[in-house]
Design a protein around this ligand. Sequence first.
Ligand code: AMP
Length: 216
Amino acid sequence: MKNIMFIAPPAAGKGTQAELVVEKYHIPHISTGDILREISKEDSEIGEYVRETLASGQLVKDEITYQLVEDRLGKEDCKNGYIIDGFPRNLEQAYKYDEILERLGYEVGNVIYINIEKKVLEKRITGRRLCENCGAIYNINDPKNTPKEESVCDECGGKLYQRSDDNLESFQTRYQTYEEKTAPIIEHYRKQNVLKEVNGDDTVENIFKQIEDIIK
Ligand code: AMP
């Protein structure tokens, strides 16, 4: 199976879509955001740096991400395809990713761009909740995606929490960072003829259908 990369503004639902792809196609999901959130729990200098950077909505230093991406993609389970989400986040990282792919003998695969307007995202951002146990994602502002019981995961009964960067202030910074730093990589992949666009202003199911049409 071809590798998959997701490019999307913050809160566009790429985590949810990645989960659906994993469930159906059984390929690993490499999310730099998830890896960094794990590192942010560490009681160390780097843990503290990552914790503060994540909460501020800025990007962590490029060098930190390169090593963790290359190490993770080099693992056996990535050899038959993987989803990368959250990396690359800027043009430097995109160039570096091209080098990493070459070293590992991989191809970039399908680059899926979830296109969605900022005002739709602002409505979503404050409602997002995650299960601390299984990672399931809900949105209390979306009637189709609210948990049956407040703060309790439908899947496993785990407790739901709100990500520390899911507030409007941090969202504005993340969105601005996305526009300035990440949006230029869309052109990088358009030029390579690997960019596939999906409409993100739709239900989770319909977005997934569009994604399936691409990866099938
Ligand atoms: P995400 O879960 O992809 O929205 O990422 C959450 C946060 O992790 C971002 O706001 C950044 O602070 C950090 N992050 C994730 N991926 C990267 C990356 N490739 N480069 C730098 N920072 C990143």
